[in-house]
Write a protein that binds this ligand. Structure first.
Ligand code: GLC
Length: 425
């Protein structure tokens, strides 16, 4: 089991993104954003209106929040108390894939998936079939919205492959499933992207928040657009920033894309999000050690390798032979995991900077909170400090006024706020 030193050097060089690279990336992102707003065919950002604006913190009431985003489904009852206060009650969470079932594969019957969502929403209300509940649904995929409760799925992302859902009205599918399961008393009144939910949740407490970002299994960002498009009020725009395609990929990014469910799509997401970081790491380890099989290490494994020598060695011990696992290779593998992670953080920062520049127009970037949610941002070592450092690299001192806030329960609070806005306007 040989370790290819020359290849290691090449990979590490390819993964290092300079200040110039991210500054240009931020400019290109802003360009695409602004072209996308004008529906230009040259933009890679779909810029999807959400039909909802920022909350004022006074929204009140009890709502069912459903969150379907990739690996787990969650439902809860959220009590909004006004004055920026809330409580989350009856939290229910289930995985979409277990040893017994898989609800995200190309073999999955879409009705089974939606029945599963309906059952979990039902559990959150303790199987009450009578009392009327209004439900907000955080649906973490790109949708074409016609209203706050009308959203068609454009394309799945994050390797979900359930047939028969793309192009369909998601609220409709959920409503039918709720009725099939005897929960006609739960009315889905709002559907929103998880980035939008994070922004609503943060803005409920910090009114200066304009940007919401998810940095998790997938990657995406939304922001409050104040310049109304013709015929549409000012509203939050889901950029689907994972779709940004103007970054120059290296040959491993290209190989990863080619082997994915949807080649050619979600190019930025495939360089930065949790679903793909482990994939890239595994591909590179296979080449570096000339392994017969590609290992299946995840972003969680990468975190362990970066954080904890003993656990890292145990994880790598399962795929590498003993002699390949000397202290020297362990250190190199740790640096490889770091390089992949830091590149991700710097590219994410570039997409935020491009958005901030758009919001600022010809003025200075104003001090503000930025809402962020997601496992990669929250748990992966080196991410938060490298996002911050990259913001300084790109924007200089103006970065000092930016306060990223990790939104707790963003998907649930945001869904409840959207349901409140949908019912009271
Ligand atoms: C994917 C989805 C997007 C979502 C993001 C984070 O990029 O397309 O809608 O916001 O994942 O969950």
């Amino acid at each position: 089991m040989a370790f290819n030193e020359a290849l290691y050097k090449e990979i590490m060089e390819e993964l290092t993104v300079s200040q110039e690279f991210i500054t240009e990336a931020a400019g290109a992102f802003r360009w695409d954003l602004e072209q996308g707003l004008k529906h230009s065919e040259f933009s890679s950002l779909p810029m999807l209106p959400s039909f909802i604006g920022l909350p004022d913190g006074g929204e009140k009431g009890e709502y069912v929040a459903l969150d379907f985003g990739g690996s787990n489904v969650r439902a809860s009852v959220v009590r909004l108390l006004g004055n920026s206060r809330y409580e989350v009650l009856n939290w229910v969470e289930r995985p979409l894939v277990t040893a017994e079932y898989n609800l995200i594969s190309s073999e999955t019957d879409p009705d089974n998936l939606f029945d599963f969502l309906a059952e979990i929403a039902g559990e959150a209300v303790e199987n009450d079939h009578d009392r009327e509940f209004l439900l907000g649904h955080t649906f973490s995929f790109g949708t074409e919205q016609q209203d706050i409760n009308r959203a068609r799925l454009i394309k799945w992302a994050k390797e979900i492959a359930v047939p028969g859902v793309e192009g369909q009205d998601i609220n409709d599918m959920l409503e039918k499933a709720l009725i099939r399961k005897g929960f006609g008393n739960i009315k889905p009144v709002a559907i929103l992207n998880d980035t939008v939910a994070a922004l609503l949740a943060a803005a409920y407490s910090y009114p200066d928040t304009r940007i919401g970002s998810i940095y998790a299994t997938g990657y995406n960002t939304c922001y409050m657009e104040v310049m109304p498009d013709v015929g549409r009020p000012a509203c939050i725009i889901n950029m689907e920033s994972g779709a940004f395609s103007k970054l120059v990929p290296n040959k491993w990014d290209l190989a990863l894309d080619k082997a994915s469910e949807q080649p050619g799509r979600q190019r930025l997401e495939k360089m930065v999000s949790g679903r793909y970081l482990g994939e890239l790491f595994s591909m590179l380890l296979k080449e570096l050690f000339e392994l017969a099989e590609k290992p299946s290490l995840t972003a969680v494994d990468m975190s362990a390798i970066m954080n904890d020598k003993t656990r890292g060695a145990a994880i790598l011990g399962q795929i590498l032979e003993k002699e390949a696992l000397g202290d020297d290779s362990l250190e190199k593998i740790r640096e490889l995991a770091m390089a992949i992670t830091i590149r991700s953080a710097r590219i994410v920062a570039a997409s935020w900077a491009g958005t901030l520049w758009h919001l600022a127009g010809n003025h200075k970037v104003e001090p503000q909170h930025i809402a962020v949610d997601g496992s990669v941002y929250q748990h992966m070592p080196h991410v938060q400090e490298n996002v911050r450092r990259a913001l300084y690299d790109i924007m200089g001192e103006e970065a000092g006024g930016l306060k990223p806030v990790l939104v707790k329960d963003g998907s649930s609070i945001g869904a409840a706020i959207a349901a409140a806005v949908a019912s009271f306007g």
